[in-house]
Write a protein of this length. Structure first.
Length: 291
């Protein structure tokens, strides 16, 4: 039982990271109808910026984290300004291809700036263990769960208690009506891209002490986050979180009780099962059209 509890905590902590990346997918999709295939590269960029500011430059933790957040916000703004805005009225396929091209561009740029060799980021927390009734829990994993909860609470307060959040919700609900009501949808959509980049960067920052930081780290995380969106329901913010935690639990349990070689296969088999039998996901809304 103690071992199972430890596995569940590890799975939930990893699932929280997937959930943050999935939230980035969902927010941009709700606002623009576009699946951002560069979301995984936001994870990579956040991890590299953290290594640069905190390790290489030796900036203290709090100023370093603020600098990473500023860098990710700038990356999201430049993305929507230089890549999305010029072609936002083009066919959807063209926009999706553009995000894939930006993904390749970011990986190539990271290769030129940081090189091909993996880097590492020391944990920002003491490398200690917490023992609760015989269950040994890493402090870092518990911190990831708590920090994710804090971020989700901040997002809830932002969307439901601030005017900017209300504008973003209205724009996501109906783009054309929001424009007719006087909402500056271009600025609002731009803020959504910035928020998506910040969520990806936060996931990269949390993941960096656990994984080697490399140009390929974002791809696997984005795939798992996409599976989380499918399981939770594409377009559902709660579904992104529940789906991310579900993927994390599936992954850790499959690796522990089956084989680590099959953990990804099990995850994607379950995703395919949802696509076939529950295509709306756990929290997806039923959508119908009049003939």
């Amino acid at each position: 039982m103690n071992e199972l509890v430890q596995l569940l905590v590890n799975g939930v902590s990893m699932g929280c990271i997937y959930g943050l990346v999935a939230l980035g997918f969902i927010l941009i999709f709700n606002a623009t109808g576009v699946i951002n295939f560069a979301q995984g590269e936001f994870v990579m960029l956040g991890a590299f910026l953290a290594v640069t500011t905190l390790m290489q430059w030796g900036i203290p933790t709090l100023p370093g984290l603020l600098l990473v957040a500023a860098g990710m916000g700038l990356a999201g703004w430049l993305f929507q300004r230089l890549a999305y805005q010029p072609i936002r009225d083009k066919p959807l396929l063209a926009i999706i291809i553009c995000t894939a091209m930006v993904s390749a561009f970011l990986k190539s740029t990271a290769l030129l700036v940081w090189g091909p060799y993996p880097m590492s980021l020391s944990s920002l927390l003491p490398d200690s263990l917490i023992v609760v009734r015989g269950v040994v829990l890493p402090l870092q994993n518990l911190a990831i769960i708590v920090l994710t909860g804090v971020l989700l609470l901040a997002l809830y307060l932002f969307f439901f208690k601030t005017q900017r959040g209300l504008l973003m919700r209205a724009t996501a609900q109906d783009f054309d009506t929001a424009r007719l009501m006087g909402i500056r949808v271009g600025r609002t959509v731009g803020a959504t891209w910035v928020l998506g980049a910040l969520l990806g960067g936060a996931a990269g920052l949390l993941l960096a002490p656990m994984w080697n930081v490399s140009i390929d780290m974002g791809g696997s995380v984005a795939l798992k986050a996409f599976a989380a969106c499918i399981i939770g329901g594409f377009g559902s913010v709660p579904g992104a979180v529940v789906g991310g935690v579900s993927v994390g639990l599936i992954e850790i349990l499959a690796a522990s009780y089956l084989s680590s070689a099959y953990k990804d296969a099990v995850t994607f088999l379950i995703m395919i099962g949802f696509l076939i039998f529950v295509p709306r996901g756990l929290f997806g809304e039923r959508v119908s059209e009049k003939a």
